[in-house]
Design a protein. Structure first.
Lengths: 557, 353
C-alpha cells in the first residue's frame, strides 16, 4: 500500500488578506474544513448552552431564590436543551464524521462535497434562527424573547393559545432547517461509506469508527424525518388553522409525544454511537491492542440501531398507555442493555493484557467507561415502568441523561479533540493543561451529576424555577451548583489549551500516537484531497501491517 | 377490590437494610426536623399500595444494578490499574488478541438472563397497579389540571374544591381506596405525590386515571411534574388523609352552600360586582365562574394560590392586590381595588368557611 501523500509546496505568501481566508472558509467544500467549521460552531454554542445551564443552576442554588424570573428561567432551560442537542451535540458528531470518515476509508472527499457544504450552512443558519428569537420573537420593535416551551415542546403548550408571539415559531423553524441539514449530511456519510472506500477495504475491514458512523447516519434519516414532519404539522396548526395537536378542537397532545420521541430516543443513539466510535478507536491505540471482538462490536451496534428505533415510548410511561403497551416498551428498553453491555465488556477486554498509556485522550475514555456504566444502570432503573412512574420527569431523569450526554458523549468528544487535534492542526495539545482539564471536569461532573440524582429520589420534579424549603432538596442543589463552576473552569482550560496549542504547540508529525488507521498515514494537517494515490489495505489496521511487516493483521483476521 | 402486594420480602431484606442505613445517615443531615423522614416527598417512604409496589420493585432493581455495578466497576478498575504501562516497559507491543467467541457468548447470555428476571418482576407490578378496579366503597374524584392550580370534584358526594385533596384513610380493616380521574383544562400536567403513588399525566382530550389507598392519616405533599407553563413550579399538591369520621365531617361541611341572606355585606357586594365572579364560584350566590378555584369554602383550606402561600388574611389581601408578588405569571389578575375595598373584600372572603 501507499502512504505517500501530496506535499503542497508553500508558494502562497504567508500573510494573505483576512477577507480572502474568510472567503475560502465560507465557500469551501473540503470535508476537512467543513468538519472543522462544524466543530468550531459546536464549541461556540457549547459555551452559550453552558452559560444558560449556569443561569439555571444559580437560580436553583437554594429554595425561593430570585436570581431570575420564572419566565427567564423557563427560556433558559428550553434554550439550554435545544442548543445542546441540536447545535452542540449534532454538529460535534457531524464534524468529526466529516473530518474522519473520508480519511479513514482512504477517500479524497465526501461523495457529495457541495451537499456537504449546504448541510453545514443549513445547520449553522438553523442555530442563528433559533437565537434570533431573542431579538425578533415579538417583532424587532418590541421585547423579543426566546422560546419557553421546553426542548420537547409538548402540545398544546406550543399552540397559539398558550404560546403567544413568535418564539415557538423560531424554535420550530430553527429545528426544521437544521434538521434538513442533518438529513443531508447523513445521506452524504452513508453514500461516502458505501461508494468511496479504497481498494481492499471491504465492509469487514472498515475501522469501527466508520461502521458506527454508518449506523448513526441511517438512524439520523429514520429519526429526523418524523421530527421534521411534526414541525411541519405544528406550523400548519399555528398558521393554517390545522388541528393536529390542538386539543380544544379534537387534536391529540399524545400524538406530538409519539412524533417527538420516535425522533428523541433514536437521537440519543445518534449521539452516543459516535461516542462509542471515538472510544473504539482511542482505547485500542492507548492500550496497544487490536479492538477485542470486532465483528461482535459491529453486530452490537447494528442491534442497538434496530432496537433503538423501538423504545421511544419509554419516555411516555406516565401518559396513561395501557399495561400491554407499557410492558412492551419495558421489554424493548431493557433489551437494549444487552448489546450495550457487550460493548463495555469488549472495551474492557481490549484493555485487558494491554499496556495502557494514560495520555489525555485515554483518560477521558476511561472516565467515559465508568460513567457510561452508571448511566446504563440508572437507565435500567428507568426502564422498569413502575419505577419510572416515580423517577420520570424528576431530577433523577435529568441526572441520568446528563450522565449519558456529558459523562458518556462529552467525555469521548473531549477525548476525540485531544486525539485528532494533532491531525487537524499539526500541533500537539498541551498534555499538562489536558490533564488539568480532565481532573477539573471530572470533579465538576461528579459533584453536579452524582448528587443530582438525590433530589429526584426525594420528589423534586424538573423544570421548576424554584422550590419550597423543608423538602430536603436544598443541600443537594447547592452541591450540584458548585459542581457547575468546576465544569466551567475545566472547559475554560480546554479552550485555552486549544488556542495555546494551535499557536505554540509542539509539531505533531503525521502519526504522533503510533496509531493504525489510514488518517495517520497523511501529513498533519492532511493536504487538500488527502491522498496522492489512493491507498490499498489488507486488514483493519493498515498501519499496523506497515509497521510490523513480519506480523501483519491480515494473517489473523 | 383485589390488590396484590409484592411478596418477595425475604429476597429483598438485605438491600432494604442497606437502604435504611443509607437513608438514616442522610436523615441525620436533613435540615427540617418536622419532615416525616428526610423529606416529605421521599419516594422511598411509601404510604399507599401503588407506592409500596413500586418501592418493592425498585429495591429489586437497585439490588440487581448494584451487583452489576460492583462486578463491572471492579473489573474496570482492575484492568486500568493492572495493565497500565510501567516505567520499566520494554517498548514492545503486547500480544494482540482479536476476540473470543466463548467469552462473547458468556457476556451475552448472562445479561439476557438478568434482563428476563428484571422484565418479569416489572411486568408483574405494572399489572398489579394498572389493572386494579374500584371497589364498591371507593371514593371517586375527578382531578382537573389548570394553569396553575388543581380542581377536585367528587361527583358522588357533590363536593367541589381546589388544591387541597381530602381522602379517607384506607387500612387493612377498612380498605377504602380513592380512584382519581385525571383531566386537563389547558396544557399537560402531572399528578405526583411520591409517598402515595407514581405520577400520572393530566392531558387535555386524553382522560387518565390513577388510585391511592393511604394507610396513615396526615398531609402528603407533591407537585405538578409535567412542565405546564410559567408557574409550573408553584402548582403544589396537598393531600389530606383523614380518619373516616373526619372525612365524613369534612364532606358534610363542604356540601353546605353559603347562606344567601337579604343583607349583603360591602365585601360581598364588591366581590359580586367586579370581575371576581367571572372566574370564581361561591355556591349559593351569583358567583359561578369556573376558570379559577371554587371559593365556597375558601377558609377551610390551609393555603392559597395552589400552595404558594399560607391562607392568612394578610396573604389573601396581598394575593388580591398583586398576585405577581406571590406567584408571578399566574393567571389571576390584580384587581385594582382601593385599600378600603381590599379590606372589605378580604373580610368577606374570611367568612367563606
Amino acid at each position: 500500500m501507499s502512504t505517500d501523500a501530496i506535499v503542497l509546496p508553500r508558494t502562497e505568501p504567508l500573510s494573505r488578506p483576512l477577507v480572502d481566508t474568510l472567503h475560502e472558509w465560507v465557500t469551501t467544500v473540503d470535508h476537512k474544513r467543513l468538519g472543522i467549521l462544524y466543530l468550531g460552531y459546536a464549541l461556540l454554542f457549547l459555551v452559550v448552552g453552558g452559560i444558560e445551564a449556569g443561569i439555571v443552576r444559580i437560580q436553583l442554588i437554594r429554595a425561593h431564590n430570585d436570581f431570575v424570573s420564572p419566565q427567564v428561567f423557563n427560556r433558559m432551560f428550553t434554550m439550554h436543551g435545544t442548543t445542546m442537542i441540536f447545535f452542540v451535540a449534532m454538529p460535534l458528531v457531524f464534524g468529526f464524521a466529516n473530518y474522519l470518515v473520508p480519511l479513514m476509508i482512504g477517500a479524497r472527499d465526501m461523495a457529495f462535497p457541495r451537499l456537504n457544504a449546504f448541510s453545514f450552512w443549513l445547520t449553522a443558519f438553523g442555530g442563528l434562527l433559533l437565537y434570533f428569537s431573542v431579538l425578533g420573537a415579538n417583532g424587532l420593535y418590541g421585547a423579543g424573547n426566546a422560546p419557553d416551551v421546553g426542548w420537547f415542546a409538548y402540545a398544546p403548550l406550543t399552540s397559539r393559545t398558550f404560546s403567544v408571539g413568535h418564539s415557538t415559531d423560531f424554535w420550530t423553524l430553527g429545528l426544521l432547517v437544521s434538521g434538513f441539514g442533518s438529513i443531508g449530511t447523513a445521506i452524504n456519510i452513508l453514500t461516502t461509506i458505501l461508494c468511496m472506500r479504497c481498494a481492499g477495504m471491504n465492509l469487514g475491514k472498515m475501522p469501527l469508527l466508520v461502521w458506527l458512523n454508518f449506523v448513526m447516519s441511517g438512524m439520523v434519516i429514520l429519526a429526523v424525518s418524523p421530527l421534521t414532519a411534526a414541525q411541519l404539522m405544528l406550523l400548519v396548526d399555528r398558521y393554517l388553522g390545522g388541528h393536529f395537536f390542538d386539543t380544544q378542537a379534537g387534536g391529540s397532545a399524545v400524538i406530538w409525544m409519539h412524533f417527538f420521541w420516535i425522533f428523541g430516543h433514536p437521537e440519543v443513539y445518534v449521539l452516543v454511537i459516535p461516542a462509542f466510535a471515538f472510544a473504539s478507536e482511542i482505547i485500542p491505540v492507548f492500550s496497544r491492542k487490536a479492538i477485542f471482538g470486532y465483528p461482535v462490536m459491529v453486530a452490537a451496534t447494528i442491534c442497538i440501531g434496530f432496537i433503538g428505533m423501538s423504545v421511544w415510548a419509554h419516555h411516555m410511561f406516565t401518559v396513561g398507555m395501557n399495561s400491554n403497551a407499557n410492558t412492551f416498551f419495558v421489554l424493548s428498553t431493557m433489551a437494549i442493555a444487552v448489546p450495550t453491555g457487550i460493548k463495555i465488556f469488549n472495551w474492557l477486554a481490549t484493555m485487558w493484557g494491554g499496556k495502557i498509556e494514560f495520555k489525555t485522550p485515554m483518560l477521558f475514555c476511561v472516565g467515559f467507561l465508568f460513567q457510561f456504566l452508571v448511566a446504563g444502570l440508572t437507565g435500567i432503573m428507568l426502564s422498569a415502568a413502575p419505577f419510572d412512574w416515580q423517577l420520570g420527569n424528576s431530577y433523577f431523569v435529568v441526572a441520568h441523561f446528563h450522565y449519558v450526554i456529558v459523562g458518556g458523549i462529552l467525555f469521548t468528544v473531549f477525548a476525540a479533540f485531544y486525539y485528532w487535534f494533532p491531525k487537524m492542526t499539526g500541533k500537539m495539545c498541551n498534555e499538562t493543561l489536558g490533564k488539568l482539564h480532565f481532573w477539573l471536569f471530572l470533579i465538576g461532573f461528579h459533584l453536579t451529576f452524582d448528587f443530582m440524582h438525590v433530589p429526584g429520589l426525594l420528589g423534586m420534579p424538573r423544570r421548576i424555577y424554584t422550590y419550597e424549603p423543608g423538602r430536603g432538596w436544598d443541600v443537594w442543589n447547592l452541591i450540584v451548583t458548585i459542581g457547575v463552576f468546576f465544569q466551567a473552569l475545566g472547559t475554560t482550560v480546554f479552550v485555552v489549551n486549544l488556542v495555546w496549542s494551535y499557536f505554540k504547540g509542539r509539531a505533531a508529525g503525521p502519526d504522533p500516537w503510533d496509531a493504525w488507521t489510514l488518517e495517520w498515514s497523511t501529513p498533519s494537517p492532511p493536504p487538500a484531497y488527502n491522498f496522492v494515490s489512493i491507498p490499498m489495505v489488507k486488514s483493519r489496521r493498515p498501519l499496523w501491517d506497515l509497521k510490523h511487516p513480519n506480523d501483519p493483521d491480515w494473517k489473523y483476521e | 377490590m383485589q390488590m396484590r402486594r409484592m411478596n418477595n420480602s425475604n429476597l429483598l431484606r438485605a438491600p432494604q437494610m442497606l437502604l435504611v442505613i443509607f437513608w438514616s445517615a442522610a436523615a441525620a443531615a436533613a435540615t427540617d426536623p418536622a419532615a416525616p423522614s428526610i423529606s416529605p416527598t421521599n419516594i422511598f417512604a411509601p404510604a399507599s399500595t401503588p407506592a409500596q409496589s413500586i418501592f418493592g420493585l425498585s429495591l429489586f432493581v437497585l439490588a440487581v444494578t448494584a451487583a452489576i455495578f460492583v462486578v463491572v466497576f471492579t473489573l474496570l478498575t482492575y484492568s486500568v490499574v493492572k495493565f497500565r504501562k510501567r516505567s520499566t516497559d520494554d517498548g514492545r507491543e503486547p500480544p494482540q488478541v482479536y476476540g473470543s467467541n466463548q467469552v462473547e457468548v458468556a457476556w451475552t447470555v448472562i445479561p439476557v438472563l438478568i434482563v428476563v428476571a428484571l422484565f418479569m418482576a416489572t411486568a408483574r407490578v405494572i399489572a398489579s397497579v394498572q389493572k386494579a378496579v374500584p371497589s364498591s366503597n371507593a371514593i371517586e374524584v375527578v382531578a382537573i389540571g389548570h394553569q396553575f392550580w388543581w380542581e377536585y370534584r367528587y361527583p358522588a358526594l357533590g363536593v367541589v374544591t381546589a388544591n387541597e385533596l381530602h381522602v379517607p384513610v384506607s387500612d387493612d380493616n377498612h380498605p377504602r381506596p380513592t380512584f382519581i380521574k385525571l383531566l386537563s383544562a389547558d396544557t399537560d400536567h402531572s399528578f405526583w405525590v411520591p409517598r402515595l403513588a407514581g405520577k400520572t399525566d393530566l392531558i387535555p382530550n386524553h382522560p387518565n386515571s390513577m388510585w391511592i389507598d393511604p394507610h396513615e392519616t396526615g398531609v402528603y405533599l407533591g407537585q405538578c411534574a409535567q412542565y405546564c407553563g410559567t408557574q409550573h413550579a408553584k402548582m403544589l399538591l396537598r393531600i389530606y388523609v383523614q380518619s373516616r369520621d373526619e372525612f365524613d365531617r369534612w364532606v358534610q361541611e363542604q356540601r353546605q352552600r353559603q347562606p344567601s341572606g337579604d343583607v349583603v355585606s360591602e365585601g360581598q357586594r364588591i366581590f359580586e360586582t367586579t370581575a371576581c365572579v367571572n372566574c370564581h364560584t361561591v355556591a349559593g350566590t351569583v358567583a359561578n365562574g369556573r376558570f379559577g378555584p371554587d371559593l365556597t369554602h375558601l377558609m377551610s383550606r390551609d393555603t392559597i394560590a395552589a400552595g404558594a402561600s399560607l391562607n392568612t388574611p394578610e396573604n389573601l389581601r396581598l394575593w388580591i392586590r398583586n398576585p405577581e408578588a406571590i406567584k408571578p405569571g399566574s393567571l389571576m389578575p390584580a384587581m385594582e381595588l382601593n385599600e378600603q375595598e381590599l379590606d372589605r373584600l378580604t373580610d368577606y372572603l374570611e367568612t367563606l368557611r
